[in-house]
Design a protein around this ligand. Structure first.
Ligand code: NAP
Length: 276
């Protein structure tokens, strides 16, 4: 058994508080790295139809010496498949590529407000959950307004919203909204893509104080916010370090100092970003 703490979702399911991102791994890399990650303690894997590596991820899960039921496999619906019937068909294609009987967590990748079909997709996802083909359903890159609309039109809240979140873009308001609705915040680009953030003086100072790496400080910051980070690493040593963040605690002053800066995104704005 892995020793990663868990979050309980608003549908009663528990998921690990930490996971592995797989973009931009290809199938071959994903198979190798997912297998190794699972065998060294990871229990949640994040992919998407648009990463074009679901086949490799599925093979990695199958090859690992970890029981399938201990692993949370996440995939995502692409923009080109928004709509009720298209969502059901797209899910079947993902499930076949992954080679799984069921998917643990299925997310709408982007809301695409201009296309305006995400509520139809959400209705299809509710059906997939009712049929047992998906354990938990959620969204990604949704604003509070998009989520309120799902709730109003279907009565069903997402269990997870996977959003851009790191100390350069801490998303205080949206996280507070999630907390009020019992939605788990999953952090994409949790390391800010491994760039300037890891050289930041406040991060470096906390790393020195705790005898850990800058990456570990940033990932611990996510845990203390109550978020679920999914750092990507194709390097086994960095992956092992990244996961080793449950044995130290940042002070409230360190948590604050790490995000005390002008904020900026590395990715798209959900109101306008279009990705099909
Ligand atoms: N829902 C969405 O719209 C969305 C958007 C973007 C990403 N995602 C998901 O979120 C995952 C993570 O986001 P991301 O890949 O954009 O960014 P990230 O995890 O913040 O950063 C990944 C980069 O950091 C490097 N890295 C990893 N651990 C490190 C460490 N300890 N020290 C220094 N560098 C380190 C990696 O290189 P190495 O591999 O060489 O270690 C890679 O270049 C993705 O893989 C994907 O699954 C979702």
């Amino acid at each position: 058994m892995s020793s990663i703490p868990t979050y309980t979702l608003n549908d009663g399911t528990t998921i690990p508080a930490f996971g592995l991102g797989t973009w931009p791994m290809d199938d071959t890399q994903a198979e190798r790295e997912v297998r190794d990650a699972l065998e060294t303690g990871y229990r949640l894997v994040d992919t998407a139809t648009n990463y074009r590596n679901e086949t490799g991820v599925g093979r990695g899960v199958a090859a690992a010496s970890v029981p399938r039921e201990e692993v949370v496999v996440t995939t995502k619906l692409p923009g080109r498949h928004h709509g009720y019937e298209k969502t059901l068909a797209s899910f079947e294609e993902s499930r076949a590529r992954l080679g799984l009987d069921y998917v643990d967590l299925y997310l709408i990748h982007w809301p695409l407000p201009r296309v305006d079909r995400y509520v139809d997709s959400w209705k299809a996802m509710i059906k997939l959950r009712e049929e047992g083909l998906v354990r938990s359903i959620g969204v990604s890159n949704f604003t509070a307004g998009h989520i309120e609309r799902l709730e109003k039109e279907t009565g069903v809240l997402p269990s997870v919203n996977q959003i851009e979140l790191h100390p350069f873009f801490p998303q205080d308001e949206l996280r507070a909204f999630h907390a009020g609705k019992g939605i788990v915040t999953e952090s994409w680009s949790p390391l800010g893509r491994g760039t300037a953030l890891l050289d930041d003086p406040a991060v470096a100072a906390a790393a020195e104080a705790h005898g850990v790496t800058p990456g570990q400080v940033v990932l611990r910051w996510h845990i203390q916010l109550g978020a679920l980070p999914i750092p990507k690493s194709a390097n086994a040593e960095r992956r092992r370090q990244n996961l080793d963040v449950f044995g130290f605690e940042l002070s409230p002053a360190q948590v604050e100092a790490i995000a005390d800066r002008p904020h900026r995104r590395v990715g798209g704005d959900p109101e306008t970003h279009e990705e099909f």
